[in-house]
Write a protein that binds this ligand. Sequence first.
Ligand code: NAD
Ligand code: UDP
Length: 317
Amino acid sequence: MPLTRKRILITGGAGFLGSHLCERLLAEGNDILCVDNYFTGRKDNIAHLLGNKNFEALRHDVTFPLYVEVDEIYNLACPASPVHYQFDPVQTTKTSVIGAINMLGLAKRIGAKILQSSTSEVYGDPTVHPQPEDYRGNVNPFGPRACYDEGKRCAETLFFDYRRQHKTRIKIARIFNTYGPRMHPNDGRVVSNFIVQALRNKDIALYGDGSQTRAFCYVDDLVDGLIRLMATGDDVTGPVNIGNPHEIPVRALAERIVALTHSASRLVHRPLPQDDPMQRCPDITLARTMLGWEPAVALDDGLRRTIAYFDDLLRAA
Ligand code: NAD
Ligand code: UDP
């Protein structure tokens, strides 16, 4: 075994981001344990990795303790799409909070480094723009998004308390909207919804007037940011924003997707969901200076790759 081979646990490893992370860390020669309860993840996402002797998949729910020996833990388990995390909100909070306690307990016992996939949702509907890490956010604690937002905020609290109390080696990445191949076609997030609607020449549903903004990061860039953060010394904890600062209105995203797919779809309006943030864009100064990281994939390039993925998927269906 090469001395550099690490044993890495990835919770939520069969999900969209997790499967890309598994693939990349496996390709770098590591030993990967992918843990998932397949709530929103799919075996198809990791099927191509199963033949590799350094890859192992385990069906497990992180709200229950796990006893394994690894060097690093990436804690990604948690539904990320509003439709999915609101489906069973109590389970969403349990996944973030009890899942964090279980994974931190594991990291503490075995002395592993642990990285938490936190989110831009900790900033809620932000009143500071773009959002730097020291902005404390504007979250409704009992609205329909709270199970996710507050669960993730509590997980950050737990990570820092484990560090203060037990010297656990923690890293927190605040991930902003990320897209790419292997998003679930029905997961309800804006990029996958718009691409599927455009490829089927169906109406594209803009929630509200489409003037709300987001900034979209291609999955390869995101994975690169997470790996760089994990590689930092124990003095670096984050939270660090990882996202693409190219901000656009949701309507402009729809127009780009219609143009790139040569679709006949029309843009139509649907009610804006409660507490939907009106603007979101990461300040990535910290990631640039501390990690030497910034996104490299332009929106049109990332959208073309994602469209090609969904085109194949829909043809095969
Ligand atoms: P996803 O839904 O595709 O992946 C989540 C994975 O976690 C799925 O495979 C799911 O089956 C698994 N999971 C859910 N509950 C579990 C449980 N109790 N035990 C074990 N596994 C469980 O979503 P994603 O986009 O890949 O997101 C991954 C992580 O990144 C999440 O923690 C999410 O909050 C965070 N994040 C993602 C984005 C984004 O834009 N994709 C943005 C911010 C934060
Ligand atoms: N949205 C939309 N149509 C859709 C799905 C989402 O207009 O079919 C909007 C949604 O209201 C939000 C933005 O797109 O303003 C991003 O939504 P998503 O669910 O992808 O992620 P969020 O950033 O809200 O967590």
